[in-house]
Design a binder for this molecule. Structure first.
Ligand SMILES: Nc1ncnc2c1ncn2[C@@H]1O[C@H](COP(=O)(O)OP(=O)(O)OP(=O)(O)O)[C@@H](O)[C@H]1O
Ligand SMILES: [Mg+2]
Length: 342
């Protein structure tokens, strides 16, 4: 057996084979610190809330963090920021460890293959992904897995472009980052990340309208659509403006990067957009329009969205893990994808 893991700024998901399909387990990559009290003890002991107690503090982690934050009037904290472990959060590593253990569980056999997503270095900030990647690798190794990083954009290609011989442009619009990968027959030709995503949109829209950021996030996730009906002065109007701005920024960086990398000119490739930030209706249309505004030396056959954008990266990591497992095994035929090159 093998597993996939998507370690994202907002969501951590594992994927494993189940029958003919794939089983996903998901938790929010977030926690809240509350004072230990009899009331807290009672609430926690009566439920299956994921938590740990340390001295006079209790940490509630994952999906329940937000509920507890509301009840105890605290703010949630996040182990990751802009795609990688946060340097501003002292508890980042123990918290992410707890969430990951819950999501991925124990290996089915010692040294089970586990491919985990890791972002490419961002082209618009000094952040490096090396420390993040190595820390996760050693944490997963300590849990008994044989961990291997897979680039987040490449995972999108494994997940969504099997029908196109793993050829095309995969873009994962996440919370902390946007990851881009161009692959040709499963070989990455260009990959980079941009240190902006859904969190950036939320922060900008929050500042512009004076609305708390958590409120902006829930408005965005609830029923927001990119339908160009401007809500001047409102949160949805601000969200539309910053969505447009993010897409302008991404296509501009894409155009510059393709230019620098000397990508072959007579390619005709599909583009897949995924990640939580690509969820609103109208997103892929808007991305397509923005792509038309920049110079790209190859042609784009179409822009596709996916049905379940939160699962793409975890699913792709599993495809990669299984294909490596099969190619390692005796007389293995592979599951359709060549061995990952990342
Ligand atoms: N229905 C929705 N509409 C709009 N945005 C959404 C929706 N659902 C989730 N999001 C946003 O998607 C983002 C989370 O997406 P995702 O889980 O792909 O990111 P991540 O993998 O955790 O982050 P990253 O890859 O940047 O590290 C958040 O900004 C969240 O607010
Ligand atoms: Mg992601």
């Amino acid at each position: 057996m093998a597993k996939g893991l998507d370690v994202g700024t907002m969501n951590i998901l594992s994927s494993s084979p189940e029958g003919d399909g794939t089983k996903f387990v998901q938790q929010r990559n977030s926690f809240v610190e509350i004072e230990y009290s009899d009331m807290a003890e009672q609430m926690l002991s009566r439920s299956e809330v994921l938590h740990i107690r340390k001295d006079d503090k209790v940490y509630v982690v994952g999906d329940d963090a937000l509920n507890f934050a509301n009840i105890f009037n605290k703010e949630t904290r996040r182990p990751m920021q802009r795609g990688i472990l946060s340097s501003e959060e002292a508890s980042a590593i123990p918290m992410i460890k707890l969430i990951t253990e819950q999501v991925v569980g124990e290996p089915d056999s010692p040294g089970e293959n586990l491919f985990f997503s890791s972002p490419a270095d961002p082209i618009d900030s000094e952040l490096s992904t090396l420390y993040h990647q190595k820390t996760l690798e050693s944490m997963l190794g300590d849990m008994g897995y044989e961990p291997e990083p897979i680039n987040e954009g490449m995972a999108v290609i494994y997940s969504e472009l099997a029908d196109h011989n793993f050829t095309g442009l995969g873009v994962s619009f996440g919370a902390g980052m946007t990851n881009v990968c161009l692959a040709y027959y499963a070989v990455p030709v260009m990959k980079f990340s941009i240190a902006r995503g859904g969190d950036w949109i939320d922060q900008q829209a929050s500042q512009a309208t004076g609305t708390p950021v958590d409120k902006v996030t829930s408005i965005k996730e609830d029923d927001f659509a990119l339908d160009f009906q401007t809500d001047v002065g409102g949160v949805e109007g601000a969200l539309s403006i910053y969505y447009e701005n993010l897409l302008d920024y991404v296509v501009e960086k894409l155009s510059a990067e393709v230019d620098e990398e000397d990508v072959e000119e007579d390619l005709d490739v599909p583009v897949v957009v995924t990640g939580g930030t690509s969820s609103p209706d109208g997103f892929e249309k808007l991305f397509e329009q923005h792509l038309e505004d920049v110079q790209i030396p190859f042609s784009i056959s179409d822009v596709q969205s996916v049905d379940d954008p939160l699962y793409s990266v975890a699913r792709g990591a599993l495809v990669a893990a299984r294909s490596e497992e099969e190619s390692d095994g005796p007389g293995a035929a592979g599951v359709g994808a060549p061995e990952p090159e990342d």
